[in-house]
Design a protein around this ligand. Structure first.
Ligand code: UD1
Ligand code: CA
Length: 468
């Protein structure tokens, strides 16, 4: 099945240097959604018409297996855009899906249903549908093409653009959603017959539809499942609305699969994030990229996850950041922790308040509960990392690794100077600077001896004797 996306327009109402279709919705360019929806609708060969900043658009989608077509005049109009891609369907005896590049909410399911509809009409009514137009009733249809239909039927008489509409036509609230299925040979015929709009000088794709209707070809409406599918993104405000709607659709999708979202309107959720049942997401959480949240895992208030995996029963506590890292079963990260760059927090481990873990593997059951930096390190099972411990991994030129054996105890405020190896059950006394490897069961202490000088405090403090 073939589909064509119109993405050549100037998008001037965006007031942007960047092509409109590359503006992002939940971390992906708007065009990504259109292409994804076409694919989910069963369209396998996809053409994209580009013009304004064509190279940028092509580059952003170069590995997607798309065919690009170049429209000379980005103000030529939607029919001119389709004509620019005529090689894509000129010798194609089949149905062609055409979708506006600024209609990211037309769902894959709707596209599939539209394609099913035309095959059903062919099979059961023995008629070929030349054009099937996706429509919706909008409380405020301003800016959209209005659909004038035959009384009491789903036959389209014509589509009138807002600019060309009479006051009565403007009062119609049924609009063209910018998604069509065309019988390719009839589309081609119509494209060569239509004339530019006397108002705007553009060639309208809707006039191709009108030509077919006048000619007596079968032109029908297909009602969108939800009116929001018709949303065209012409302004940054509409971009913001589209983003919220798509986000809520994603939330609903996962909620139906057993995931709890608290105040989902406050959550950021990208389309490639996935969940298992009984995962729970709290207000203000931000889930990006290919993050995976497994069974029963909890993502706390304000947590940021980027390409993170949070395994079964694990918790990312409020205001913590996990980037490209794995939090294993039952582990706890945070509150206020940061785990990044390919780190692993082992089963049942606890990386707590103000702890940063970078490119490190933290073993099962490790406790690093407060104020520590763990960088380029491998920690065995059950290691204790005291408050304020720093793995000094950088010597001003290079990064060096540290390994810590099972059940080692690192006292508070110790400084571990890498490269370094601490054995199993090694014990580092609080405040020590460790610059040599420690064998298994070794105890290390490096602190200047403590001097206690009685009464000397009087020299430094104004003592109010009567307070004693
Ligand atoms: C279009 C429809 C309107 C419909 C609305 C739905 C026409 C004439 N009108 O209006 O009936 O209700 O979509 O959102 O089709 N484009 C090109 N080349 C061009 C002009 C546009 O590729 O020369 C692309 C744009 O990048 C955009 C899409 O076609 O992605 C739609 O164009 P736009 O100008 O936004 O049409 P609307 O006025 O929104
Ligand atoms: Ca538009």
């Amino acid at each position: 099945m073939r589909g064509l996306v119109l993405a050549a327009g100037l998008g001037s109402r965006f007031k942007s240097e960047k092509p409109k279709v590359l503006h992002e919705i939940l971390g992906k360019p708007m065009l990504w959604y259109v292409i994804n929806n076409l694919r989910n609708g069963g369209v396998t060969e996809i053409g994209v018409v580009v013009s304004h900043k064509a190279e940028e658009v092509k580059k952003a989608f170069e590995h997607e297996g798309l065919r690009f077509f170049y429209q000379k005049n980005p103000k030529g109009g939607t029919a001119d855009a389709v004509l620019a891609a005529k090689d894509f369907f000129a010798s194609y005896e089949g149905y062609l899906v055409v979708l506006n590049g600024d209609s990211p909410l037309v769902s894959g399911e709707t596209i599939k249903n539209m394609l099913n509809y035309v095959t059903m009409v062919e099979r059961y009514e023995g008629k070929r549908v030349s054009a099937l137009v996706l429509s919706a009733y909008l409380p405020d249809p301003t800016g959209y093409g209005r659909i004038i239909r035959e009384e009491g039927s789903d036959r389209v008489l014509k589509i009138v653009e807002e600019k060309d509409a009479t006051p009565e036509e403007r009062a119609v609230s049924e609009v063209n959603a910018g998604a069509y299925v065309f019988w390719a040979p009839h589309l081609l015929e119509a494209l060569f017959q239509i004339k530019p709009s006397p108002v705007t000088g553009e060639l309208y794709l809707t006039d191709a539809v009108n030509y077919m209707a006048e000619k007596g070809y079968e032109v029908r409406l297909f009602r969108a499942k939800e009116p929001s599918e018709a949303l065209g993104v012409n302004t940054r405000w509409e971009l913001a609305v589209a983003e919220s709607l798509i986000k809520l659709k994603l939330v609903r999708f996962w909620a139906e699969r057993g995931v709890t979202f608290h105040l989902p309107e406050t959550v950021w959720l990208e389309p490639e994030v996935s969940f298992e049942p009984d995962a729970e997401v709290f207000p203000g959480a931000v889930l990006k990229g290919k993050t995976k949240v497994k069974k029963g895992a909890r993502i706390g208030e304000g947590a940021l996850l980027v390409d993170a995996t949070v395994e079964e029963g694990a918790r990312v506590e409020p205001y913590s950041v996990v980037e490209r890292s794995v939090v294993k079963k039952g582990a706890v990260v945070g509150p206020f922790a940061r785990v990044r760059d390919g780190s692993t927090v082992g089963e049942g481990a606890h990386v707590g308040n103000f702890v940063e873990v970078k490119k490190s593997s933290v073993g099962p059951g490790v406790r690093a509960k407060h104020l520590a930096y763990i960088g380029d390190a491998t920690l065995g099972k059950g290691v204790n990392v005291g408050a304020g411990v720093v793995f000094a991994n950088y010597d001003g030129r290079q990064k060096h690794p540290t390994t810590v054996g099972d059940y080692a105890f690192i006292g508070s405020n110790a400084l571990l100077v890498a490269p370094l190896k601490l054995g199993r059950y090694a014990f580092v006394a609080g405040g020590s600077v460790v610059t040599k490897d420690l064998p298994d069961y070794a105890f290390a202490i490096a602190r200047p001896p403590l001097e206690v000088k009685e009464g000397l405090a009087r020299k430094f403090l104004d003592i109010k004797e009567d307070e004693s």
